[in-house]
Design a protein. Structure first.
Length: 351
């Protein structure tokens, strides 16, 4: 085993869990931390009394051979399934032409299922509800400093890998790793409002999901049409990024009013109840200046970056980015290399 035997991964979304799984497989001891109460990041499902709704990533595809092999494991384990929705396009059709031949997959019975399955296979349970605010040098390693009132994590790590959105990674890297921080500084991530709708009875609108190229909406989906879902009828509305960016501080009631009005124009009836969620870092803005590789790794510092924003976005990009960073850590650790920042290009999905 090489120099980086004890590794901390900050972020328990798919990129972080992919990275942690790969490192554990080659003998590294890995501890994963996340500020949220559970794992999966934007592959999220909101659950309530008798209902559920995926309010982050809506589905994923598999184009690369590596991710297709991983997906086969998920399908075999029953944590993913094919989703074949009746698709509609609203507005200018030339803005988005969905590929009718494309296989779309979802986590089963919730979108969180693949991430939870990966987390359950880790030797050390994921440390949830732990927000890391500072990386502090401790000899040749790193100590993680929590929130102001919290004590530091009582452990020194040989390497720390950040599987976080670019702005959150930037905040942690500015002091200890200015060059790595510059990679994250050039990336602008966009916000998106999500609205979950609950109904007392099934709603037949003639479609299960739709790409919306007009008004405030960009996507609508009948969550209840996805395989393995149970409970009350639910629909999900995602707002356009530009519309959301201009309304980050808008009260949820006003957001819901605007999105429900747009949904009604598509034939959607008023829900029995709605729940809003604001994603501050939903995706990477087109044209952002940032690293083009799938990950970034500074062997001299023992610090690295991975995430979907480094690998073309999407679920597949997140998983590939985590794998790429794990390969760099394992390879350079075994070689004992101290050659500065490395970046690795990986296959990714086009938008």
């Amino acid at each position: 085993m090489g120099s980086f035997q004890n590794v901390a991964v900050i972020g328990a979304g798919l990129a972080g869990l992919s990275c942690a799984t790969a490192l554990q497989a080659v003998g590294h001891r890995v501890s994963v931390f996340d500020k949220s109460r559970g794992v999966a990041g934007r592959m999220s499902t909101r659950r309530g009394d008798g209902w559920q709704c995926d309010h982050g990533a809506q589905y994923f595809t598999a184009r690369s051979a590596a991710f297709r092999a991983e997906l086969a494991r998920w399908l075999s384990a029953g944590v993913a399934a094919v989703w074949a929705p009746r698709l509609a396009v609203f507005g200018a059709a030339d803005q988005h032409r969905p590929d009718a031949e494309l296989l779309r997959y979802v986590g089963a019975p919730q979108m969180t299922a693949p991430a939870r399955w990966l987390a359950d296979a880790l030797l050390e349970p994921v440390n949830t509800g732990v927000q890391i605010e500072r990386l502090v040098r401790a000899g040749a390693g790193w100590r993680l400093q929590g929130a102001a009132a919290a004590a530091p994590v009582d452990q020194v790590f040989d390497a720390v890998l950040l599987a976080l959105p670019a702005p959150q990674a930037l905040a942690l890297l500015q002091e200890p790793a200015p060059e790595l921080a510059q990679w994250a500084a050039g990336v602008r991530m966009r916000a998106a409002w999500a609205l979950m709708l609950n109904y007392g009875a099934p709603q037949e609108l003639g479609f299960d999901a739709g790409f919306v190229n007009q008004g405030p909406l960009r996507w609508v989906a009948r969550n209840s049409s996805k395989p393995g879902r149970s409970g009350a009828e639910s629909w999900l509305l995602h707002a356009q990024a530009e519309w959301s960016e201009l309304r980050l501080a808008m009260p949820p009631e006003q957001v819901a009013e605007a999105l429900l009005r747009a949904f009604a124009a598509l034939g959607g009836p008023p829900p029995a109840a709605w729940f809003a969620h604001r994603w501050l870092y939903a995706d990477r803005a087109p044209g952002s200046v940032g690293p083009a590789g799938g990950c970034a790794w500074d062997a001299g510092l023992g610090l690295g970056l991975c995430g979907d924003w480094l690998a073309g976005g999407k679920v597949e990009g997140a998983w590939l980015s985590g794998q790429a960073l794990a390969q760099q850590v394992a390879l350079l650790g075994l070689l004992g290399a101290n050659t500065g920042i490395k970046k690795t290009a990986v296959g990714h999905n086009p938008p």
